[in-house]
Ligand binder design. Structure first.
Ligand SMILES: Cc1ncc(COP(=O)(O)O)c(C=O)c1O
Length: 386
C-alpha cells in the first residue's frame, strides 16, 4: 500500500483569521517563529471529522461522551502503555487554566510552589496569580551536557511550606525527554517532601530522537500515581490549540475531588469541535503524526547545521522533542535579543518570561523553506549590525 503524502511544504495564509502567531507584529514583514503553534494544516483525517461534525448543524452543549473518552483511553494505552480509567479523566478547555487552578486547589495562600527553570511562562506566573510563592530552581547539565533537574539545588531551595512541583515533560523550552531514572528521582524527591506533582506532558507525542521514548510519570509506580496530576492534550501534536480541548488524569480520588471542587462553575465546558478533533486525532491521526515527526527531525537537523556553520556564537544543545528550540544568544552581546531580531524581520520568543534572559526560543514547526528564510534573516541581521 502506498503511503499517503501529507503536505508539510505549503501552508494557508493566516493573517486576517485572528491568528495570535501571525497577527502579533504590526509589521507584516516579520516572520513569526515564536508561540507554540505550527504553521501546518492539521491532519486531513481530523479535518474530515470536524467537517462531519459541522454538517450535523446542531451545536448544543456537549458533555464528555464515549467517543472522546474511549479515544483518549485507547491512545494512552497504545502510545504510552498507561492503563488509565475513565473516572480519572477530566476534559478541560486548556492546560493553562488547569495549571492555575491546580495552584488554588492544592495549596494555601501561605504555601509555595516549585518548578525548574527555564520553563513555559505560565508555570512561573500561575503561583503568582494565586498569590502563592514561586520557587524557581534552575535546570543544570548532566555528564552528557544535557539539561536536567538539579536535585541538589532543589533540596537546598525546598521549604517546609512547599506543596507542589510543576514539571514539564518533555520539556518546553529545552526539548529534553526525561529518562525513567530522572522521573523516579523526582518522584522520590516529591515523596520525601510530600509534594503533589503536576506533570504537564503536552509535548509527549513530539519526540523526534529515535533513541528515546516518553514515560508517563504516573505510570512509574503507585506512589507517583497517587501524587501526580497528569496534564495532556492533542493540541500541540496535531496543531489544534484553537479547538481548546485538553484533559487531566488524576488517579488519587481525594486529589480528584479537590480539583473538581476548585474548577466547579469556573472552567467552561469543552465544545463539540474540541471533542470531535480530539477523538479524530487519537483515532485516526497516527500516520500524519509520524510524517510530522519526520518533518520536524529534518527541520531540527537543518537548524543545527545552520547554527553550527553560520552562527557558531549561538549555543544550541541537542534536543530530543518538541519544535521549540532554546537558543543561548548571550555570545552575540545583544542588549535585547528578541527585539533586535524582530527589528530585523524574525519574530522569536524572548527568553526572559521563561526565566532565561539572554536566550530566545525559535519555533521550527513550519515548512523548511520558511525556517531557512528565518535563519538567513538572523545571519544577515548579525552581519550588518553596527
Ligand atoms: C508545557 C505547555 N503546557 C501547556 C501549553 C498550552 O496549553 P493550552 O493551550 O491547553 O492552555 C503549552 C503551550 O505551548 C505548553 O508548552
Amino acid at each position: 500500500m502506498s503511503k499517503i503524502h501529507y503536505n508539510f511544504e505549503t501552508c494557508p495564509g493566516r493573517r486576517g483569521h485572528g491568528s495570535l502567531k501571525w497577527e502579533k507584529y504590526a509589521d507584516p514583514e516579520v516572520l513569526p517563529l515564536w508561540v507554540a503553534d505550527m504553521d501546518f494544516e492539521t491532519a486531513p483525517e481530523i479535518v474530515s471529522a470536524l467537517q462531519a461534525r459541522l454538517d450535523h448543524g446542531v451545536f448544543g452543549y456537549t458533555i464528555p461522551h464515549a467517543e472522546p473518552i474511549e479515544a483518549v483511553l485507547r491512545y494512552l494505552e497504545r502510545a504510552h502503555g498507561y492503563a488509565a480509567k475513565a473516572g480519572w479523566l477530566n476534559f478541560l478547555p486548556g492546560l493553562v487554566p488547569a495549571i492555575n487552578l491546580c495552584c488554588h486547589a492544592f495549596t494555601q495562600p501561605d504555601e509555595s510552589v516549585m518548578t525548574a527553570t527555564p520553563v513555559y511562562p505560565p508555570f512561573l506566573t500561575a503561583p503568582d496569580y494565586a498569590k502563592r510563592e514561586l520557587i524557581g530552581v534552575p535546570l543544570c547539565f548532566n555528564e552528557s551536557d544535557q539539561w536536567t533537574l538539579d536535585f541538589e539545588a532543589m533540596e537546598a531551595a525546598i521549604r517546609p511550606n512547599t506543596r507542589l512541583f510543576i514539571l514539564c515533560s518533555p520539556h518546553n523550552p529545552v526539548g529534553r525527554v526525561f529518562t525513567q531514572a530522572e522521573l523516579l528521582a523526582l518522584g522520590e524527591f516529591c515523596e520525601r517532601h510530600d509534594l503533589i506533582l503536576i506533570s504537564d506532558e503536552i509535548h509527549c507525542d513530539l519526540i523526534f530522537d529515535e533513541a528515546v521514548t516518553h514515560t508517563v510519570t504516573a505510570s512509574l509506580n503507585e506512589s507517583l500515581a497517587a501524587r501526580t496530576i497528569t496534564l495532556m492534550a492533542p493540541s500541540k501534536t496535531y496543531n489544534l490549540p484553537g479547538l481548546a480541548c485538553a484533559f487531566s488524569i488524576i488517579e488519587n480520588r481525594e486529589l480528584r475531588q479537590q480539583f473538581n471542587q476548585t474548577i466547579r462553575g469556573i472552567i467552561t465546558e469543552v465544545n463539540c469541535f474540541g471533542y470531535a478533533g480530539c477523538a479524530a486525532a487519537y483515532n485516526h491521526g497516527e500516520a500524519w503524526r509520524l510524517a510530522l515527526i519526520d518533518t520536524l527531525r529534518g527541520n531540527y537537523n537543518t537548524l543545527r547545521a545552520f547554527l553550527a556553520s553560520e552562527l557558531p556564537q549561538v549555543i544550541f544543545r541537542p534536543m530530543q522533542a518538541t519544535y521549540l528550540a532554546w537558543l543561548d544568544v548571550r555570545g552575540l552581546e545583544l542588549k535585547q535579543p528578541a527585539q533586535f531580531f524582530e527589528q530585523n524581520g524574525i519574530g522569536l520568543s524572548c527568553g526572559e518570561p521563561f526565566g532565561g534572559p539572554g536566550y530566545v526560543r525559535l519555533n521550527f514547526g513550519c515548512p523548511k523553506t520558511r525556517l531557512e528564510e528565518g535563519l538567513e534573516r538572523m545571519a544577515r541581521a548579525l552581519k550588518h549590525r553596527d
